[in-house]
Design a protein around this ligand. Structure first.
Ligand code: ZN
Ligand code: ZN
Length: 114
């Protein structure tokens, strides 16, 4: 099924995982859901929409980054690719920080994993 329920543009999108209406972040283009943190495999580089996979990106773990706040590590449920994404902690409807902190305790061998 290749239904494009995850419509992404500067005006926000409907989360493909939890189904919530995600408002635009305003500061930068948002690439994941602030409520469940799931994302979609749509970009090769952030914002380019160049990836045709469209699998759901499951948040596996997260770690603090001195420059970026938190980085969330995702794995695509469809193709298995591991991606990293900066958490959005500022702006309109920021990410759920409690969820991110919970993720930091998850062990996921993202290093060395293809
Ligand atoms: Zn969601
Ligand atoms: Zn994928």
């Amino acid at each position: 099924m290749e239904t494009k329920r995850f419509q992404k543009n500067d005006g926000g999108f409907i989360c493909a995982h939890c189904g919530r209406d995600v408002p635009p972040l305003k500061t930068t283009s948002r690439d994941h859901c602030p409520y469940c943190l799931w994302s979609i495999h749509i970009d090769i580089n952030p914002g380019d929409r160049a990836c045709g996979c469209l699998g759901q990106l499951e948040p596996m773990t997260a770690y603090p980054d001195s420059k970026k706040g938190y980085v969330i590590v995702y794995r695509c449920q469809k193709c298995g690719e591991v991606r990293k994404c900066r958490a959005a902690l500022k702006g309109n409807e920021p990410d759920d920080l409690n969820l991110i902190i919970e993720l930091t305790s998850e062990q996921f061998p993202y290093q060395g994993h293809k």
